[in-house]
Design a binder for this molecule. Structure first.
Ligand SMILES: [Cu+2]
Length: 160
């Protein structure tokens, strides 16, 4: 009888694992990524932006150190700040820290991923594969749904 219960629990455990992949969150260990998306690009536009929220449920800080995608020659992690009424954007040389117990939002007007040297402009309705490399959690791969170019506009005045 006890063996039967153990076997049943084991089966439930393994069945439970893939179900979590359907919840709309990607992650590795204590990191959870939600609401990922990329902005649709205009024909001929060489750079595109992508956004998401990264939550760290762990006990120690982690850091997004690099990003790559087969859809871009290179992907940078950018910050955007206001300086004398002008939006200044620059790459984060040391990556983006995700403090323990906190969420960091990459959103229009703030932190974002910048896809450079994009050959095929992202089109609404497609998905863009991306791999995020974290210092501690390692690589996390996900697909970014491409949303209309107008999404979140107004907060986001930058053009490359
Ligand atoms: Cu940028």
């Amino acid at each position: 009888m006890r063996e039967w219960i153990l076997a049943t629990l084991t089966v439930l455990f393994f069945v439970g694992a893939p179900l979590s992949a359907l919840s709309g969150e990607a992650g590795s260990g204590s990191l959870h990524i939600s609401d990922p998306w990329a902005r649709a690009m205009l024909p001929g536009q060489p750079t595109g932006g992508a956004y998401m929220t990264i939550r760290n449920d762990g006990e120690e800080a982690d850091r997004l150190i690099s990003v790559s995608s087969p859809a871009a020659g290179k992907v940078e992690i950018h910050t955007m700040t206001m300086q004398d009424d002008v939006m200044i954007m620059r790459p984060l040389e040391d990556g983006l820290e995700i403090p323990a117990g906190e969420s960091v939002a990459l959103e229009p007007g703030g932190f974002h991923l910048m896809f450079m040297q994009v050959e095929e402009p992202f089109a609404e309705g497609e998905t863009v594969p991306v791999t995020l490399e974290f210092e501690k959690a390692g690589a996390v791969s996900l697909d970014l749904p491409v949303l209309p170019a107008s999404t979140g506009r107004g907060m986001d005045a930058h053009e490359h």
